[in-house]
Design a protein around this ligand. Structure first.
Ligand SMILES: NC(=O)c1ccc[n+]([C@@H]2O[C@H](COP(=O)([O-])OP(=O)(O)OC[C@H]3O[C@@H](n4cnc5c(N)ncnc54)[C@H](OP(=O)(O)O)[C@@H]3O)[C@@H](O)[C@H]2O)c1
Length: 334
């Protein structure tokens, strides 16, 4: 087997490949030959040293997601079989200890940290599905209990989480308005069936919020689902909230800055943080996986794949993600 190791905090040249003998499963474990590993912005942050709580210090292996085929079953495992296709759960990397992420060709893990996958889902998608959809569904439906007719603003429209959010919003009967920082992405998103936004606004113009307001007839947004959460952009979002609306912050793409929260009082609106680990802690995790996997298997949800890379080509993959030209999910193939 081989795995990616970050040998020191820094640029992509810190990503190295380390070979080792194939793992054998301990009692209660399975070994999964990973067929795909979804990439997330968090891994770039981990490599740069901006995410130590999750990654630990170098040397460490990054990676949150993975899925594949079981190639070995340990003693005492009765509910998993050889050749079964599974995804690794949110808690799988953490259960292995700090810095034991999924950028690996083979992954030994407790069988209980895997979820069997229904037929009809491509091997390339197995390791990249749950994080975008669980992040979006968990916040908008499980936590917020969004309602038919809700107006939802979704920044960073080209990210896989935002595209998943648009699908969730449409599935639950809401209006999905995306925003992007890049004018060239509007037509590219419109050409992508998975990106089912009702409209996408470019935020380069500082008056972008006027268009956002007009699109919902001046009523404001019941929900804003935001991974940017910084400075003037955040000020404008707060002004765009509907009475009693909720602005969910789920990412750290922008730089922290001073914001004016006084409009929240008049609107009796709220700002809240969202981390999908809350689902795991609640015991609702299995139901959430089932929802995502069943909706992907029946074609309701579609993962937009931007590009795939050989896992051994991880340096290129990280550089492509950092450049930000992609739309949808970047996937590593061991
Ligand atoms: N809370 C949670 O549980 C959770 C779970 C998963 C992911 N996340 C977070 O979700 C975010 C997106 O992750 P991802 O893996 O989908 O990222 P990604 O594929 O790299 O997408 C990032 C997109 O965000 C926009 N963007 C980047 N930097 C920006 C900035 N400074 N200001 C405004 N927009 C910016 C760009 O979209 P445009 O070009 O369209 O503007 C970019 O393409 C990350 O912050 C990640 O940590 C959180």
């Amino acid at each position: 087997m081989y795995r990616v190791v970050v040998k020191g905090f820094g640029d992509v040249d810190q990503l190295t490949i380390v070979e080792s003998p194939d793992p054998t499963p301990g009692p209660g474990e399975v070994v999964v030959r990973l067929t795909s590993i979804g990439m997330n912005h968090a891994e770039l942050m981990a490599r740069r040293g901006e995410y130590r709580l999750v990654s630990g210090n170098p040397p460490f292996t990054p990676g949150l997601e993975g899925g594949g085929v079981i190639v070995a079953v340990g003693d005492g495992v009765s509910d998993r079989t050889l050749d079964q296709r599974v995804i690794l759960t949110l808690e799988a990397p953490a259960s292995r200890g700090l810095g034991q992420g999924t950028y690996q060709s083979h992954y030994a893990v407790a069988a209980s940290k895997t979820v069997p996958v229904p037929d009809g889902i491509d091997d390339i998608l197995l390791g990249a599905l749950w994080l975008p959809f669980l992040t979006a569904w968990g916040c908008l439906v499980w936590k917020q209990n969004m309602q038919i007719g809700d107006r939802v603003l979704i920044p960073a429209a080209s990210s896989s989480v935002a595209i998943a959010a648009a699908q969730v919003v449409k599935y639950y009967g809401g209006t999905a308005i995306g925003t992007t920082t890049r004018p060239d992405k509007v037509d590219r998103l419109a050409a992508l069936p998975a990106a089912c936004f009702d409209h996408v606004i470019v935020t380069q113009d500082k008056n972008w919020w006027r268009e956002a307001k007009q699109l919902v007839q001046g009523k404001g947004y019941d929900i804003i689902f935001d991974p940017v959460a910084a400075g003037e952009f955040l000020n404008q979002e707060i002004r765009l909230l509907a009475p009693q609306g909720t602005l969910w912050i789920y990412g750290l793409l922008g730089r922290p800055d001073t914001v004016d929260v006084t409009p929240l009082i008049r609107k009796m609106a709220s700002m809240r943080g969202w981390l999908l680990n809350e689902i795991a802690a609640s015991g609702s995790e299995q139901a959430a996986y089932r929802h995502v996997l069943d909706r992907v298997a029946d074609g309701t949800y579609r993962l937009p794949v931007a590009e795939t890379f050989a896992l051994r080509d991880v340096q290129t993959a990280h550089a492509v993600m950092a450049a930000g030209d992609h739309i949808g999910k970047l996937i590593l193939l061991p």
